[in-house]
Design a protein. Sequence first.
Length: 216
Amino acid sequence: MSVLRQVPLLFVLLATSLLLNIYFLFFQPAQNKTIVQKVVDGDTIVLETGQRIRLLGVDAPEIDRCYGKEATEALKTLVLERPVRIAEGKPDAYGRTMALVYLNKTLVNTEVIRLGFARPDYTKNSQKDAFIAAYNEAKENNLGINSVCKITDSQPANPECTIKGNIDQAIGKKFYHFPNCSHYKQIVIDTSTEEQFFCSETEAINAGFKKAAGCP
């Protein structure tokens, strides 16, 4: 992302943060709210109670992936050391609670997607349509992960590793494609996700990908 594109995005985050600070200091009661003690990454926080919360319906890049550090810093700017309200909590496979996280009336889950720091995942929740709309807005405005986290679909770093591991964004399923698969040329690897090139079919299967339809 160019410096010119980053500056307006940072300004929006700082302005939002300032307004929320003023509101919490002077207007908003603390009832039913808990302070965010730590931000782990772009979609995970830890409350002052020690409870670990994953933003429900949100998939931000891991810190070591494209735009992961930026996503983490953005979430810190929005919620760190601020009172939040938790809704629709449900456990995930890693012992965390997935939930909607509110700063007053601002739904943080939607905000990080709208600003281009994450994409929606396919966990069932009441705000799924809003997340998809926010993601489409971020893509249309070429924000964050939607502008910088792509690599060319035909040039893997290792020329012998040509199997494309792709995630179907409509259903959240992982598929791998050989060069002779029917949709191979249309597949673009998104480096902010688990999408990647594989060197063997076994490697793709071990990573949780299945052979795509249209492959011999």
